[in-house]
Design a protein around this ligand. Structure first.
Ligand code: BV8
Ligand code: ZN
Length: 251
């Protein structure tokens, strides 16, 4: 458990010491949980949710495409959008931040990202709050699901088991998060000594609420972002995840 003195120390820092203090707190912590958003994968060439809308997709609202209504209105458009993102992911590789996180089997990884870059960086048991883009599932939840080839994903199709439309196994706006993943994530956050928040604007709920859960559980909140985005952070390190996360986690 990180002592109150450490937490207090974490709040009265001169910028130049912050990284060193964060590194030391992480080195002494028993339970470290990483909580990541699209900024973790940005340096791998995966556009963040808001940036994804360029080219042909610029005229489409991602919040509409990533919703049950959007899928009901035009399932082919939505599947084409996910397949466009799948193609981008198929050409991407884990960046140094994924590798630093993946190399730490003692950490619990909670992510809002739907990509598989943490898994490809050898992270085990990643908790995907918003699902996994490399899997298709039945929209009617008959239980049928299957991994797709990210480089050549199938076009819009129906479930071979029940005939309902197939859709990416991600959580859309207005859909509930997977119960077991959410429960496991809240327990991990509540018991963390340190929550390492990487590359999220912390605007999407209930996921962003995990930061408060961890803080109320006594965790030191260390944020890595290009800009300060988590008001509850004790230490906010500004810079690219690919540079800062290895410096924080590698001995
Ligand atoms: C739900 C999968 C309820 C799909 C995604 C209050 C409480 C509960 C719900 C709500 C609430 N208020 C509003 C809601 C509804 C809604 C919501 O939160 N809306 C927001 C817009 C206000 N929430 C929901 O609908 C959730 N479900 O609440 O269900 C319910 C209850 C009962 C019954 C039915 C329903 C479901 C939300 C999940 C949506 N799915 N993803 C897909 O990917 O296609 S969310 C998606 O957008 C991402 O997963 C991510 O979480 C989110 C934001 O994405 P980005 O902006 O791209 O990324 P991020 O925010 O992480 O920002 C990028 C950050 O990285 C920036 O800060 C940037 O500075 C930084 N950065 C960039 N480069 C770098 C970097 N940092 C470091 N290094 C770099 N190189
Ligand atoms: Zn089905």
């Amino acid at each position: 458990m990180v002592t109150r003195a450490k937490r207090n120390n974490a709040t009265s820092l001169r910028p130049v010491d912050e990284l060193e203090t964060a590194r030391r707190i992480l080195a002494e912590a028993d339970s470290i949980v990483s909580f990541s958003g699209a900024g973790l994968s940005a340096e791998s060439g995966i556009p963040t949710f808001r940036e994804a809308q360029h080219g042909y997709w610029a005229k489409h609202d991602p919040y509409r495409l990533a919703s049950p209504d959007g899928f009901a209105a035009d399932p082919k458009l939505v599947v084409d959008w996910y397949n466009h993102r799948r193609n981008i992911l198929s050409a991407a590789v884990p960046n140094p931040a994924h590798r630093a996180l993946g190399g730490r089997s003692d950490l619990i990884h909670i992510t809002q990202n739907v990509d598989n870059l943490l898994e490809r960086a050898r992270a085990s048991a990643v908790l995907h709050l918003h699902g996994r883009i490399w899997i298709d599932r039945c929209n009617r939840s008959c239980g049928y699901e299957e991994a797709v080839d990210l480089a050549a994903p199938p076009d819009r199709r129906d479930c071979p088991r029940c005939g309902s439309p197939m859709r990416p196994a991600v959580v859309w706006f207005g859909e509930s998060l997977p119960d077991a993943v959410w429960r496991e994530s809240t327990v991990a956050a509540a018991n963390a000594d340190v929550l390492l928040v990487v590359g999220t604007s912390a605007v999407v709920y209930p996921a962003a609420g995990l930061i408060d859960v961890a803080r109320q559980g006594g965790a030191v909140i260390v944020e890595v972002n290009l800009e300060a985005a988590s008001p509850g952070a004790h230490i906010s390190l500004t810079g690219p995840a690919g540079e800062l996360v290895p410096r924080l986690l590698n001995p």
